[in-house]
Design a protein around this ligand. Structure first.
Ligand SMILES: [Zn+2]
Length: 209
């Protein structure tokens, strides 16, 4: 995490991680996952249960019922977005571009779920994940940072990460670049290599690994 974040922002990031951790504990049987060495968190199932179904849509194609809400921005620049249901605060929808790789789609979906769970949206508001910056680590906007922290912890929960890293030799001296097991680890969690690198850095920063 960037050092220049305010304490308040750092605190909000920790809260977002905690929120994700609670949700994972509530919806996933982590003991069973660990026993079976299965580390893929079913983000679609979780958001559905929470009242925020996720739709995979080809953003380059006809967008069906939602098309009227879309503008030119949606052609190539957007990888996902979320909307609250104006009639019910506890529900909403998440849309993810089906053209992206599965690992990208999963993170986009989890990020948008973060915006909804963390109550970032006003009634008429949409949150939009742009392809070029939505999950960039240096994203300075607090809502984006906390949605990313939520997504990372949801898809790579601390407990599963520690388990998966149990017999990896992570010494203080080893750099992220030298951790040659990261691509395989990323694959087993269904996330991008970049997302896995960031989560390992975060857990290191927290002194967890
Ligand atoms: Zn966002």
């Amino acid at each position: 995490m960037k050092d220049n974040l305010s304490n308040e922002t750092k605190h909000k990031i920790e809260e977002a991680e905690l929120r994700a951790r609670h949700i994972v504990n509530e919806h996933c049987n982590l003991n069973e996952m660990i026993d079976q060495r299965v580390f893929i968190i079913g983000v679609g199932k979780i958001s559905e249960k929470l009242g925020f179904p996720t739709y995979m849509v080809n953003f380059g194609d006809d967008f069906g019922v939602e098309k009227s809400r879309l503008t030119d921005r949606f052609t190539n620049d957007v990888k996902g977005f979320a909307m609250k249901n104006t009639k019910s605060a506890a529900s909403g929808s998440i849309y993810v571009d089906s053209r992206d790789d599965i690992e990208v789609r999963r993170f986009t979906a989890a990020h948008e779920l973060g915006h909804l769970i963390l109550k970032h949206l006003d009634d008429s508001e949409m949150s939009i994940a742009f392809r070029d910056n939505a999950s960039a680590p240096d994203q300075a906007d607090e809502k984006e940072l906390t949605a990313n922290a939520f997504a990372a912890e949801l898809l790579m929960p601390k407990r599963l990460m520690k388990e998966a890293l149990r017999n990896k030799k992570i010494t203080k001296a080893i750099t992220i670049e030298d951790m040659d097991f990261i691509p395989r680890l990323a694959e087993s969690f269904g996330v991008t290599v970049e997302a896995m690198r960031r989560q390992i850095s975060r857990l290191r920063e927290l002194g967890e690994i």
